[in-house]
Design a protein around this ligand. Sequence first.
Ligand SMILES: Nc1ncnc2c1ncn2[C@@H]1O[C@H](COP(=O)(O)OP(=O)(O)OP(=O)(O)O)[C@@H](O)[C@H]1O
Length: 589
Amino acid sequence: MTTATLTTDTTTDQAPVRRVARLFRPYRWSIVVLLAVSVAQGAAGVASPFLVRDIVDQALPQRSASLVVLLAGGMIVAAAIAAVLGVVTTRLSNVIGQGVMHDLRVGVYDHLQRMSLGFFTRTRAGELQSRIANDIGGVDNVVTNTASSVVQNGVAALAVGIAALVMDWKLAAVCLIVVPLFLAFSFRLGRQQRQIARGRQKQLAGITALVEESLSVAGVLLAKTLGRQRELSDRFATESRALSATELTAAMSGKWVISSRRASLTMIPAIVYLVAGLTLAHGSAVFSIGTVVAFTTMLSRLVAPATALQGLGTAASTSMALFGRIFDVLDLPVDIQEKPDARSLPRMRGEVRVEDASFRYGEDGGWTLSDIDFVVPPGTTTALVGETGSGKTTLAYLVARLYDPQLGRITIDGVDLRELKLSAIADAVGLVSQETYLFHESVLENLRFAAPEATDAQVIAAARAARIHELIVGLPEGYDTVVGARGYRFSGGERQRLAIARMLLRNPPILILDEAASALDNETERAVQAAIDELARDRTTIAIAHRLSTVRNADQILVLDHGRIVERGSHDELVARHGRYAQLHGTLS
Ligand SMILES: Nc1ncnc2c1ncn2[C@@H]1O[C@H](COP(=O)(O)OP(=O)(O)OP(=O)(O)O)[C@@H](O)[C@H]1O
């Protein structure tokens, strides 16, 4: 069995750029449009310095009103066009960014849905929430804002560069002096920021997991009754302090480099005036005054894009680290896979066979189940009994293919579970566990989760058969009452009957029933028993039995001990044997 795990430490350093690029492939035409609009925006942006040059060199000396109106009007129009195109590019880049984010979120969620039960028993719930909320959320910010920023500012900077060369290549060449200064330290900064980003996401995941665990109903109950709230608050404070420290480091990281880069940019106009002034002082008027003014105006336009672009390195490094964490999830191996040529079972008899099956949870642990071999003929009931920890639940999970046995096989109507479609197994095998999970939705929706196409009448019929209808109609809002973790709280016996109603709606030919171990009062007990009898009728049933009535009526009883079947037979046979079952018998309620 592969043991896919997702801990805070399995994170890959960096995502391959090509894989990230592939995410954008479905949006390539939108990206082309975005580029085109940005080029137009960049061109509109650099039109004004040329107009400024002509105003200074021609319109002002000539005192020509019409020329000034024309050129100044041109500046206004160019600015307006650039502003409108800016909004268009922002919208386009957000559409692209959100599309990619949606694909990623759905991809991660779908992949997690395919993971086996074992994966979820090994993973903290908050860790998964964090991957979806914090990591994808973090990338979201970067991708959407950065994508537009790269394109807009990149194009703007390029446009300024080209315009500078066109206007006066000699002055443009002088400005190149500052480039090496500008690029200094870029690479070292990237690596540092990636590390910070990874650290931050790990800490965020830790905090989310702690909140998820400690502020759940069960967590709050535990902390309150054990008086441990102070400790939990302290733990939270410690995690939060660590996160604040990381955020501070992140905020300050590379600030010196960034400041000196910005300073180098603002020095450029001084260099331009210096060179122009010195050449004029020596009598050779190589540049017109208009050119010098326009040039410095234009270069001042470089400050905003250049500042934005230098933040880009940080953003790119951060997002690569986050993409790495997201790809970790997408790359988790799915341990319970459906074969490409998996079959369905059109007409089911409902025979279950477990053939020499052995199973262990971890590769290095001991065997939880060894050499399990039995047949449940269609329509009969087999009861599993055994001390706590003997492997009853595990065996039941194997029959529902929540785990695969490492040795041996399990068949339904002679077909190995591993040859069947997962949907076919879900249709064939229904599991009623001790824990009935209810979503935060109405009773009706909760029941219908088992069979979405069921009509209201069918749902009510199932609830009646499960002896829970009367109780539901007595609730404040009847079938529309909201239940679940934060809604109306059903008692244990009521929840079991809801689970039974769900299973009646689903109507699987094979039923796995984990009887509640806790004792119920007589009346509830009778109601639950009646509901179970209704459910088990004409179905192949494997019951993890805690009640004497269940084992008495079972066609076959299997006694498990440390993962092995140590006795088998009917109630009377086993009692007569005076063995393990006879000892256990007294513990059944
Ligand atoms: N996810 C898991 N990872 C590792 N070990 C597990 C896991 N689930 C169960 N076990 C171990 O496997 C053994 C069998 O557990 P199982 O739940 O099948 O017993 P059980 O007979 O159903 O017990 P009970 O009657 O108390 O529910 C136990 O020792 C248990 O600790």
